[in-house]
Write a protein that binds this ligand. Structure first.
Ligand code: ATP
Length: 319
């Protein structure tokens, strides 16, 4: 019988549990033995490796977080530690390792595959900042969480005729900020890929006021600016005194949206099918409506940056 181990790594994201459940049940259905590893790559070194059954993953599909826990383990960039992990996995007779996580986690899987381990990566991060896929599991849920929260903030800033600054996650990418801005009608979105200068932000706010709009919502991607500095700058250079809300970990929690749970199921199915047909060392991505597996090198190269057209559309619609 062949053995598959799965782990979750990097920041947690809604849908990690849905992927654990789908991988476990599909693998067992196909006759594999399946093992869970706790706390990402650290859990390999700590030998937190245990068998999973269909019942162990019952009731988790709608839960946020990850039942396997996750960890940041930067030491895993060290080749000696990678070799140790490889040896431990072989001691447990693990034939394939499936990593559920973001781009850093995929690099960990790439390193293990170079040592001879058969690996697969399921993209799972709220930031949607991975190459090789247009959607990562967790992104759609986070987007909906942000839109809901900004809607509530908009209600109160409208009532008080105030400028509201909302800081959202996304690391070095502006996917969450831009798409949430389009979905909730933000007046200004500041993204790392194309950061509007702060003097232009002030000018925009004044023009918006002249046009009769008494409140504005500014979404700041965490990678674009320090949102506290944006608030201070606006206060110093205009008559506005903006409120500031940092959404923080709110964006990472909660059960997955239907889109993310279905994406987790479909990616997991393709992942196990590929392993059965002898294909390994791939990122399982979503491209143009299809689940496609790319080699890690191709995935790193095939980037899906934010869509400049969305940025232009947002500025037209926020007039
Ligand atoms: P997210 O961006 O959602 O937090 P991520 O997977 O990109 O997810 P990282 O913290 O970058 O999160 O990476 C997760 C883990 O993957 C790291 O703690 C480390 O154990 C491993 N890792 C990251 N980069 C590498 C690398 N270059 N080589 C080997 N392992 C790596």
């Amino acid at each position: 019988m062949r053995r598959i181990a799965i782990l979750t790594s990097g920041g947690d994201a809604p849908g990690m549990n849905a992927a654990i459940r789908a991988l476990t049940r599909k693998a067992i259905h196909e006759g594999f033995e399946i093992f869970g590893i706790e706390r990402g790559y650290l859990g390999i070194i700590e030998e937190k490796i245990f068998p999973l059954s269909n019942r162990d993953v019952g009731g988790i599909i709608t839960q946020g977080g990850t039942m396997l826990k996750t960890a940041r383990f930067p030491e895993f960039q060290n080749e000696e530690i990678q070799r140790k992990a490889y040896d431990i996995l072989k001691t447990y007779d693990i034939d394939h390792l499936v990593v559920i996580g973001g781009d850093g986690s995929m690099r960990g899987a790439t390193s293990l595959s170079k040592l001879g381990m058969s690996t697969m990566t399921i993209p799972c991060t709220i930031d949607n900042d991975m190459g090789g896929t247009q959607y990562t599991i967790g992104y759609d849920t986070a987007l909906n969480t942000v839109v809901d929260a900004v809607g509530r903030i908009r209600d109160t800033s409208n009532s008080h005729e105030r400028v509201a600054i909302v800081e959202v996650m996304g690391r070095k990418a502006g996917h969450i900020a831009l798409k949430a801005g389009l979905a909730c009608g933000a007046e200004i979105v500041l993204v790392p890929e194309n950061p509007m200068p702060l003097h232009a932000v002030c000018r925009h706010l004044k023009e918006t006021q002249i046009r009769g709009k008494e409140y504005s919502v500014i979404l700041v991607a965490e990678g674009a600016y320090n949102s506290g500095e944006v608030k201070a700058f606006i206060k110093e250079h205009t008559e506005f005194d903006p409120s500031l809300t940092v959404l923080g970990y709110l964006q990472r929690g909660g059960g997955p949206s239907a889109f993310d749970a279905i994406l987790a199921a479909r990616m997991s199915e393709v992942c196990i099918n590929l392993l059965m047909s002898g294909v390994a060392n791939r990122l399982v991505g979503y491209i143009d409506g299809h689940i496609r597996a790319l080699s890690y090198e191709e995935a790193e190269r095939l980037e899906f940056p934010i869509d400049e057209k969305d940025y232009r559309l947002l500025s037209i619609l926020s007039s």
